[in-house]
Design a protein around this ligand. Structure first.
Ligand SMILES: N[C@@H](CCC(=O)N[C@@H](CS)C(=O)NCC(=O)O)C(=O)O
Length: 227
């Protein structure tokens, strides 16, 4: 049995990646939410997370005695566990490219990640417009995203970045949520891709659950004081 430990669905962008991957690929798992009550050492979240992995973060995938942490490591483990699900693209060159994209997402895009934290229930287009005007690094991140996505979308044999749904789309799903929440300017192709990701059944399920949470966490809210 696989158990995925996640954070609040409204806020936890890292948790969203493996959850969407598993759900969309039809992998059975149990989910346990560690509610965000703070990230300091005394918080219940941190204590429960540290009992699962030395990183003290979510997501964590528990598989029998094994605990796998970090969204990319979890996705790689799942790809090995379920080769028949083709979680990475079939061709070696596409696989390498998909891994490059995921790694870049995993370790980069810091302006987008820090300035526009995931907040699915919020509508913040005015904040997004201000951030866009004030932060060259954010505009640069969007330009990088366009350089990654555009060539793939132009040649994809299907609706997703590598044709069929793969780990790459799961990795960019939280980015799509941020782009929608903050109304950041996109090319027509990028906008259409964001909406196709938003329409994936697993993403819809995650979003519905995020909207149902109604669990305003002030420490995750740089731009709102009330829901
Ligand atoms: N690189 C990690 C990042 C995980 C991460 O930062 N998760 C956040 C929640 S979305 C967390 O647990 N934060 C707790 C903290 O910062 O102490 C991954 O890919 O899983």
């Amino acid at each position: 049995m696989l158990t995925l430990y996640i954070g609040n669905k409204n806020y936890s962008s890292w948790s969203m990646r493996p959850w969407v991957l598993m759900r969309q690929a039809g992998i059975t798992f149990e989910e346990v939410m560690l509610r965000f009550d703070g990230f300091d050492a005394q918080s219940a979240f941190k204590q429960r997370a540290l009992a699962l992995s030395p990183a003290g973060n979510v997501p964590v995938l528990v598989s029998g005695e094994l605990s796998v942490w970090d969204s990319l490591a979890i996705c790689e483990y799942l790809a090995e566990l379920f080769p028949e699900k083709h979680l990475w693209p079939a061709k070696a060159a596409s696989r390498a490219r998909a891994r490059s994209l995921c790694s870049q997402m995993h370790s980069g895009f810091s302006a987008l990640r820090s300035l526009c934290p995931m907040n699915i229930e919020a509508q913040l287009p005015e904040v997004g417009a201000r951030l866009w005007n004030e932060h060259a690094a954010l505009r640069e991140n969007l330009s990088q995203l366009s350089q990654l996505w555009q060539p793939l979308l132009a040649q994809a044999e299907g609706p997703m970045l590598f044709g069929q749904f793969s780990i790459a789309d799961a990795f960019f799903a939280p980015v799509c949520m941020r782009l929608l929440t903050y109304g950041l300017p996109l090319t027509a192709d990028m906008d259409a891709y964001v909406r196709r990701v938003r329409a994936l059944p697993a993403v819809q399920e995650w979003v519905q659950a995020a909207l149902a949470e109604k669990d305003f966490r002030a420490f995750e809210e740089p731009y709102r004081t009330t829901p």
